[in-house]
Ligand binder design. Sequence first.
Ligand code: ADP
Ligand code: MG
Length: 269
Amino acid sequence: MSDPSRPVGPKIIAIANQKGGVGKTTTTINLGAALTEQGMKVLIVDLDPQGNASTGLGIEPDDRQFTTYELLLEDIDLADVIQKTEIERLSLIPATVDLSSADIELYSNEKRSFLLHDALRQTAIDRYGYDYILIDCPPSLNLLTVNAMVAAHSVLVPLQSEFFALEGLSQLMLTVREVRQSANPGLRIEGVVLTMYDARNNLSQQVEADARANLGDLVFECVIPRNVRVSEAPSYAMPVLSYDSASKGAAAYRALAAELLRKNTSLAA
Ligand code: ADP
Ligand code: MG
């Protein structure tokens, strides 16, 4: 069910933060699943050589014959890299450790920053009718992340509710600015979402207060609580929305999807 008021083609969002372990992959998988519950058709692009999004969605390494590596560096049909997942309306382009060498191989390519952009804008993508493409970035501001930012309409930043969370954000914002100046002037910040939030912990509250004071409306109203069901779900190769649909984590990701959809419809109106 696409939104008729939106411009044609999927909305592409890069999920990025150069820190590891802040909830990028968790947010990509669960926001993706929550969007499908709202009737959206979603493609997740695993752009991290660790391949956690692929594993978390049940695509085992042996089943990753064609991956984002081939998508970026070889001439390959989208049909050969896109895989269906167990979740209705949710597809994936998987990654393997091969992608770790791509960062270096990309440098010798003249179009190095535009490879993902061009791959996702093949006319063939139209026939899939995706509403959203979510790109799970690696924990670095390398050429892979730059490819994601050049390909995307916006960047969504998961921010872990812990000490030093806001540090590093300025570096990320600087990269966004550079990408705007050099390759993608329309790149927006979709928002910053607080992850692993513990309401009983003063530190979480402090990080939230700092983030809202510094970033204002860019911070999503809803926060993602620390929830053990969220951390268990990947070992069962499913989003928390399927693993424990009634959990607080699932509810939080549903709220995030609803907020994102609200923002995007009001923008399009
Ligand atoms: P990143 O992709 O930024 O490296 P991950 O999404 O892999 O981060 O999350 C890092 C770890 O934290 C994972 O083990 C994940 O299961 C766990 N985690 C993420 N979000 C939550 C949450 N809301 N509650 C509990 N554990 C979480
Ligand atoms: Mg990750």
